[in-house]
Ligand binder design. Structure first.
Ligand SMILES: Cc1cc2nc3c(=O)[nH]c(=O)nc-3n(C[C@H](O)[C@H](O)[C@H](O)COP(=O)(O)OP(=O)(O)OC[C@H]3O[C@@H](n4cnc5c(N)ncnc54)[C@H](O)[C@@H]3O)c2cc1C
Length: 198
């Protein structure tokens, strides 16, 4: 049995994917709130250099963009407000659901609560080492490579992504793709993942 798309994580990457998907989905978030950053993005600045992202944000927060470079919104305006607007549109977010096991052959995700969900497609935004750790029967070389990832050890990322793609898992976002990327990249990652499976 399959139930559409499962998205793991309700940060900007996961919410952007959900917002732009054209098929059934459910977002599962480990914590009790959306947005990822524990400090509500204090001091963070979202640059809007990508036309499609800018249009999306303008649509969600009409009249809220402040001038800076092409356009940007400041945390005070704010980025958490953007998260809240996305959650309002996306709706299907379940909180307190930490993924603890993924079985790619059965296409299931088991959560810490004991709940099991079935998927057609899986988009993950959880940190890449954590993702690999919870995949059932992951090959030893992939597990070793993921465990060795660090801020300056990224050489193994393409090989890990190849393995995940072969299992139908799309891993995106700052820690999901193991990139030192920003808010706009997270939104773009979500859009690209949604396009890839829509
Ligand atoms: C200190 C700091 C300052 C920054 N400043 C800027 C800035 O000024 N401008 C800028 O563009 N970018 C900035 N960034 C980067 C920006 O915050 C990130 O790129 C962006 O928030 C990443 O979004 P994400 O959705 O990829 O990840 P996250 O927001 O981390 O979302 C991942 C979500 O997955 C959830 N999760 C984790 N494990 C599980 C699990 N097992 N099951 C279910 N859910 C799970 C988490 O709870 C989280 O909500 C900064 C980052 C930091 C740390």
């Amino acid at each position: 049995m399959s139930d559409g798309v499962i998205i793991l994580g309700a940060g900007l990457a996961g919410l952007s994917a959900a917002f732009q998907l054209r098929k059934g989905f459910e977002v599962f978030e480990a914590s009790d709130r959306a947005g990822g950053c524990p400090d509500n993005y204090a001091g963070q600045l979202l640059h809007l250099d990508d036309k499609a992202v800018k249009e999306m944000v303008e649509g969600l927060l009409p009249g809220n963009l402040r001038g800076h470079k092409a356009a940007a919104i400041y945390s005070e305006v704010g980025i958490q407000t953007l998260v809240d607007a996305l959650v309002q549109r996306v709706r299907a977010v379940s909180y307190g659901q930490r993924a603890v096991e993924i079985d790619p052959s059965r296409k299931t995700v088991v959560f810490g609560t004991g709940y099991t969900a079935w998927y057609d497609s899986l988009i993950s935004t959880i940190p890449l080492p954590e993702l690999v750790k919870i995949i059932k029967d992951v090959p030893g070389d992939i597990a070793d490579a993921a465990a060795k990832l660090g801020p300056h050890s990224k050489d193994a990322v393409p090989g890990i992504m190849d393995y995940l793609n072969s299992k139908g898992i799309i891993s995106i976002g700052r820690l999901g793709a193991w990139e030192d990327s920003g808010l706009e990249d997270a939104i773009m990652d979500g859009r690209n993942a949604a396009l890839a499976i829509s």
